[in-house]
Design a protein around this ligand. Structure first.
Ligand code: VGL
Ligand code: ZN
Length: 206
């Protein structure tokens, strides 16, 4: 395996709470599993395999319940900009925060947890929503010689979108395999995500 030009698979937030029956279920969310598992099992295609895990404390600011007077899916102005308020989801250590039991997690080299600071949300695998606090994933990928990324997971229009756009901004060659993603689609957020990813230079494939 060459150190230069390494390829990484990034599987975003395939957790129980984002799958059918979960606290923030994404329609058909578990349909990403066959795609994610096939890619995780493809030993020739990737040098590095990373999973991300949304991992919030109970007092997290993105939970509507922690913002009295605000309903889930409403938007507040956080110090770093607009923030959607979500149903309580992916609470650290809860069954909802666990990876879907059918995901081939054993194949992963690295698990990146995000959203663990109470006062800032983190959609992207690279930076929290303030756009400056790093998760450490960029350093890990660089240290391992990675230059290109393939992303799948949940949800297309939030965590996949922000991860893909940040990855492209950081200089990686980013491909989103859209068959392996499903969206929340809140007020046009899916269309917006597709536009943003395209303008950031992200390749979207079937
Ligand atoms: C996500 C909303 C809140 C995601 C995470 O994984 O796309 N969306 N937390
Ligand atoms: Zn979250």
């Amino acid at each position: 395996m060459s150190k230069d030009g390494g390829r990484a698979l990034i599987v975003i937030d395939v957790q129980n709470d984002f799958c059918p029956g979960g606290a923030l279920e994404v329609a058909d969310g578990d349909a990403v599993l066959p795609v994610a598992n096939e890619l995780l099992g493809d030993a020739d295609r990737f040098d590095v395999r990373v999973l991300t895990q949304d991992w919030h404390p109970v007092d997290h600011m993105s939970f509507a319940v922690n913002n009295p007077g605000h309903e889930p899916y409403s938007v507040i102005e956080a110090p770093y900009g607009p923030q959607v308020l979500w149903p309580t989801h992916c609470v650290q250590g809860s069954p909802g925060a666990a990876f879907h039991p059918d995901m081939a997690t054993d194949r992963a080299d690295m698990i990146v947890r995000k959203g663990f600071r109470p006062s800032v949300d983190s959609y992207s695998a690279f930076f929290e929503n303030d756009q400056v606090t790093p998760t450490g994933l960029d350093g890990y990928l660089r240290a391992r010689g990675v230059e290109s990324l393939v992303m799948v997971g949940l949800a297309t229009d939030f965590c996949v979108r922000w991860s893909a756009v940040d990855g492209a901004k950081l200089g990686y060659d980013v491909t989103v395999a859209i068959d392996g993603c499903r969206a929340i689609d809140l007020d046009g957020s899916l269309d917006q995500a597709m536009t943003e990813m395209a303008s950031a230079g992200v390749t979207v494939t079937g």
